[in-house]
Design a protein around this ligand. Structure first.
Ligand code: CA
Length: 272
């Protein structure tokens, strides 16, 4: 495994604010080093991956605030990395590629990249584009806090917390369920598309990455566990629905539209 997390001791900036974490996905090691030096000098935490699969595994374990992504990777095409990462993350992706054709740019942007820089590139311009992408993302993030109600549970995708929505029944005999990282990623994909069918292939790519399209058994296993944890009657789910042969759907409760998937104001959310 050539994934190398940065070994920097400090992970927070002057005001205790975490350093923005950038995942560099690139197989040219000289370029990786140049990016690492320049990004660290500007107070970014840097993670690096040499292949698409390493990138997705690392992103899943340590979600980055932004990704700088080469398209020509040793294992999968960078576009597949974009699609898989977009399944669960909105962090900006800046493609850094030697491919200059309009088709490549269109393909990457349509797949979910935010910007496209062609090699050879000026480091100053790449860094400016990264700053701009992070600013846009931060502005969007203020409206993106996402809370959904599943049965009695209030699921907060940003804080990764599950709370009892009814304080009267919030009893010690049924503490809120604890969800695994895989379960959070499945919810992240489903809850951001309320009422919509999400295909098994989309979910598998978003949660496990490319190459898992046939592992529908993974989904059945984890969806069963999610229902046991969140649905009032797991055998007759009302919110986490299976569409046989197609995929899954998060069905919001019609009685709770105002609280479901409402963009919450930033009040109470650390904005610094
Ligand atoms: Ca390459």
């Amino acid at each position: 495994m050539t994934v190398t997390a940065s070994g920097r001791p400090e992970t927070s900036g002057p005001a205790g604010r975490p350093l923005p974490r950038v995942l560099v996905v690139e197989d040219q090691m000289q370029l990786v080093r140049a990016l690492q030096i320049n990004l660290r000098a500007r107070q970014y935490e840097v993670l690096t991956a040499r292949t698409g699969r390493e990138a997705l595994a690392l992103a899943s374990a340590t979600p980055p605030d932004a990704m700088i992504l080469d398209l020509g990777l040793p294992d999968v095409d960078g576009t597949e990395v974009i699609v898989a990462f977009r399944g669960w993350s909105r962090a900006p992706i800046i493609v850094l590629s030697g491919r200059t054709s309009p088709g490549d740019k269109i393909g990457a942007l349509d797949a979910g990249a935010d910007d496209y820089v062609t090699k050879p590139f000026a480091m100053g311009e790449l860094l400016a584009r990264l700053r701009a992408a992070l600013r846009r993302d931060e502005a969007a993030g203020r409206d993106a806090a996402l809370v959904a109600l599943i049965g009695r549970w209030l699921v907060d995708l940003s804080a990764h917390t599950v709370q009892d929505s009814d304080s009267e029944t919030a009893a010690a005999d049924s503490p809120p369920p604890r969800l695994t990282p895989t379960e959070w990623r499945i919810l992240e994909i489903l809850l951001r598309r309320p009422g919509q069918l999400v295909s098994s292939a989309q979910l598998l790519a978003g949660v496990w990455g490319p190459g898992y399209q046939d592992r529908t058994n993974y989904l059945r296993f984890h969806m069963t566990r999610l229902r046991r944890k969140l649905e009032s009657d797991p055998s007759r789910p009302r919110h986490l629905l299976t569409e046989p042969g197609m995929g899954y759907r998060y069905q919001p409760d019609p009685g709770q539209p105002a609280r479901l998937l409402t963009a919450l104001p930033a009040a109470g959310v650390e904005s610094g």
